[in-house]
Design a protein around this ligand. Sequence first.
Ligand SMILES: *Cc1c(COP(=O)(O)O)cnc(C)c1O
Length: 298
Amino acid sequence: MDIMDESKVVIQQLKKVPNSLSIDMLRLDLLHPVISGNKWYKLRPNLEAAKNANFNTILTFGGAFSNHLIATAAAAAQSGFQSVGVVRGLDAETTLNPTLEACKQYGMKLHFVSREDYHKSKTEDFLATLQNLYGEIFVIPEGGANENGRSGAEDIGNMIPNRYSHVCVSVGSGTTVLGILRRLTIEKQVLGFAPMKKGKYLKEVISQHFLPKHLPNLQLFDQWHFGGFGHWKPELLDFMNQFYLSETIPLDMVYTAKMMFGVFALIQQNYFPEKSKILCIHTGGLQGNISIRSNLCY
Ligand SMILES: *Cc1c(COP(=O)(O)O)cnc(C)c1O
C-alpha cells in the first residue's frame, strides 16, 4: 500500500524560540494536502488489512469537519476502494460543508446519523443495517482508533531521532501518541496536548493499550482548549498568524495551533529545563482551516 511519497516529510528547525531552547518540527503535514499527517499512518495498515481480506468497501465514522473522514475518503479512492462515511450530528438535508463536499467528490457515500443515534452506531444491529445497505464493509473506527491504527502510528515514532528530550503531539483519540510512546525509550518525555475540555480522561484510554511502566513519561495538558473541540478565540488566530510569519509553517486551528500555543506557554513558565531538545509533531489537518481562512495570512 504505497500511494504516498514519504520523502516529503522533513524535520524543520524553528527560528524564533525564546530561552535558548531548541525546537524542531516533524512536518507530517507535508505528506499530502488531504490525507495529511498522522491520518495516513493510521489508515495504511487498515487499508492493507481490508485488501488482504478482499473487501471492496471501507466504512468509517466522523464529525462533519473530520480530518479522518476526508483522509479516508481520499486514501480509499486512491487505493481502489469504495467508501462510506457515517457522519455524526447532521441530517441528509443539511447543506454540505467543504469537508463533506470534498468527501463526496472522492466518491464517499455519506450516511447521516443524529447525535442521539450516533452512540448506537457502533452496535452490531447498526452495523448489520449498514451491511444491508452497503454490502460487505471493512469498518475502521472513528479516528482510526484500532490496533491497526495504533501499530501504524508506531511508524511515526520510528521517525523520531534519538537526540530529543521532549516530544510534543496533539491528542484526539490518543491513537497517535500511543503509537509514538511505544517506540520511544523510557527517558523521553512525551507531552500530549488535548484540544477539548476535560481531555485528561484520555490518559485512561491510552493506558488501556500500553505497558504501565511507560506511562509516567506521558504528560497530558488540556488547558489550551480555547472553548472546546473545534472552538477558537482571536488570541489563537493571532498566534497562528504570528507563527506563520516567523516560521512559514501553517498550523491548523483544531489541533496543532493549540499544541504550539501550549508549548510556548510552557516555555514562558520555564517548564523545560535548560538545553532541552524539543520535537513538535505537525500532525497536519490544514483542510480544517477553511472556515477561518479569511482571518489567516496563509
Ligand atoms: C486527528 C488528528 C489528531 C489526533 O490524532 P489521534 O490519533 O486521534 O490522537 C491530531 N492532529 C491532527 C491534525 C489530527 O487531524
